[in-house]
Design a protein. Structure first.
Length: 208
């Protein structure tokens, strides 16, 4: 076990190695809606819907917060395609690093199979957008997510997501007359889900 979660390096056998690690864990995602971090409760009052894809635009910090709720309730989590992810920031949100699998930079052809392998065990997976996928790839992956009841948060665009989350920074606290340390970020979340829209504002401390 690594200090900062299981890290799967980008090499040709990465997916098979990932599958072996997950088989050794012998665990499955919890059923039902996934809980969210208390700071995100106004934005996701019913939690994260299992087995669907969320498209998140504008904030990796919000992605970490979305991992935190399920992680704090014992779910395994995965992160794909974010080599610069700050694991310290993830831990500060409350993500259990012992139950976090990181795949920093999968080869583009392996993106779908990597996410699908993680869906076998993880309650929620955060992944950088892979760009354009074929219709067949999208259908196979969404079927796997639905079967395993795993939520996927794609940072970037996704074809027909269950919900789109747009995060916009509206201000910072901590700067005075051009100097000082940033202490709090004010973020507005605009969420489009099931043809309905809702918005809320959050204040995120620099160190959650």
């Amino acid at each position: 076990m690594f200090d900062y979660g299981e890290v799967i390096q980008p090499f040709p056998d990465a997916v098979s190695d990932l599958q072996e690690i997950l088989q050794q864990r012998g665990t499955t995602p919890a059923a039902g809606a996934l809980p969210v971090h208390p700071r995100l409760a106004p934005a996701f009052p019913s939690g994260l819907r299992p087995g669907v894809v969320y498209s998140l635009v504008g904030s990796v910090s919000i992605a970490l917060a979305l991992l935190a709720g399920p992680s704090q309730h014992g779910a395994w989590c995965g992160v794909v395609g974010l080599p610069d992810l700050g694991v310290e920031a993830a831990a500060a949100w409350g993500v259990d690093l012992d139950r976090l699998v990181l795949v920093p930079a999968p080869e583009p052809p392996q993106w779908v199979s990597t996410v699908a392998a993680l869906a076998e065990v993880a309650g929620v997976v955060v992944a950088a957008s892979p760009g354009r996928l074929s219709g067949g790839e999208v259908q196979r992956l969404t079927a796997r997510l639905r079967t395993r009841r795993t939520s996927l948060v794609v940072i970037g665009p996704w074809e027909r997501p269950a919900a789109t989350v747009r995060a916009t920074t509206v201000g910072w606290d901590g700067l005075a007359q051009g100097h000082g340390a940033l202490t709090r970020q004010h973020v507005r979340l605009d969420i489009t889900e099931r043809h309905q829209q809702r918005s809320c504002c959050l204040t995120i401390p620099e160190t959650p």
